[in-house]
Ligand binder design. Structure first.
Ligand code: SAM
Length: 356
């Protein structure tokens, strides 16, 4: 049984041991990839706590509501750690900006950083002060309250990944899904490219593509790629990122995984697939990187139709559940454990399967 420790500090060796137990009888030859232990997280979210001593970052236990004051957050990348301090000092000098302020979200890439401040009050009234704060800190600042959003200095961030000597550029923002550990993200993409090098490859189908994080480097390995995703923001950035990297063999479309399945089975036509000829694809591989809940039940039989399955998972429990079904038709050739969330109980897995 893979039980997550309630303690927040968990070593990779312990996680490997738990994973070996969980996947016993399924696979045993894991490749393991470590992360830096600190200064790796590119996304961090905090609440606030205020008393006579001022404003503090805080986290609240969802069950007990107990608060934990956060003075340092050593897991975050250094630009986030530095901005946390500068922002808090400034907010403590600008009391109008702290009224009904309940959250801050930090997002960083190798090159860029943004902060979103979350309010339970009308942010339009704060616009002038927020603009001044953004200028003072030279910060891409977003303020949000119910149904409203204000943006100062822009909200898109540029990311660059180095994979096998090639630089990939991505634009994204705080509404995108992101892999929160850039070093591990690069390692995961490289691992896939290395493993796929020995495969016979035609076209790739990718139903949970985000803003094209894996899609673009993987497109080098395939004749054509069809990549889809539920979120409009992610898909819009994916389209931008395809042109940013001059990827000509990728089609992105906004479809849920179930809609994609229906389209490919000829059960429904979608205007969102206009201009894409589905008959033109010969898929040798499907690549799934679903949310924590894993693959929807209906998707499993669809995924099992492909000769080769690549499965990236941030939840070993749902991965195991899905593998139990996929192993009726496929066998595992490679299985990697990535310490994407170092010092926490969470573990990222990568599995490559081929049809028996
Ligand atoms: C774990 S993320 C992976 C994204 C991408 N592979 C990456 O590395 O950035 C899962 C993605 O699936 C999308 N998603 C969630 N539910 C979906 C669904 N039912 N159909 C299609 N995409 C979905 C989310 O918006 C998210 O971008």
């Amino acid at each position: 049984m893979y039980r997550q420790k309630s303690s927040s500090l968990m070593l990779f060796e312990e996680k490997i041991k738990l994973a070996k137990g969980l996947f016993e009888g399924i696979f045993s030859e894991f490749e393991c990839f470590k992360s830096p232990l600190n200064a790796y997280r590119t996304r961090a979210e905090f609440g606030f706590y205020k008393d006579e001593g001022g404003l503090f970052y805080a986290m609240f236990d969802p069950k007990t509501k107990k608060k934990f004051i956060i003075e340092d957050f050593e897991l975050a990348v250094l630009p986030i750690q530095a901005m946390m301090k500068s922002l808090l000092s400034e907010l403590n000098l600008r009391l109008t900006l702290t009224y009904k302020l309940f959250g801050a979200e930090f997002l960083a890439t190798k090159n860029d950083l943004s902060v979103s401040l979350l309010y339970h009050t009308d942010i339009n009234a704060l616009s002038f002060e927020l603009d001044d704060l953004s200028q003072k800190l030279n910060l891409k600042l977003i303020a949000r309250s119910k149904g409203k959003k204000l943006v100062f200095k822009g909200e898109s961030l540029l990311q660059s990944l180095e994979i096998q000597g090639k630089t990939w550029l991505y634009e994204l923002n705080n509404d995108c899904f992101i892999q929160p550990n850039t070093a591990i993200n690069e390692i995961m993409i490289k691992w896939l490219l290395d493993k796929l090098a020995t495969h016979t490859r035609d076209d790739l189908l990718e139903p949970y593509c985000g803003y094209g994080n894996f899609t673009l480097p993987l497109s080098l390995m395939f004749r054509k790629v069809l990549a889809t995703e539920l979120s409009k923001t992610n898909i819009n950035f994916a389209l931008k990122n395809a042109s940013l990297n001059k990827a000509q063999n990728v089609n992105f479309a906004r479809l849920s995984s179930k809609e994609l399945m229906k389209a490919l089975r000829g059960e429904r036509e979608f205007y969102r697939l206009k201009g894409i000829d589905l008959k033109d694809f010969t898929f040798s591989h499907i690549f799934v990187d679903p949310p924590r809940a894993g693959l929807e039940e209906e998707l499993l039989s669809f995924v099992a139709e492909f000769s080769n399955i690549i499965y990236i998972s941030c939840n070993p429990q749902t991965l195991k559940r899905d593998l139990t079904v996929l192993l009726k038709t496929h066998k595992i050739s490679n299985f990697a454990l990535f310490d994407q969330f170092a010092k926490t109980p969470h573990l990222e897995c990568g599995v490559i399967l081929s049809k028996i």
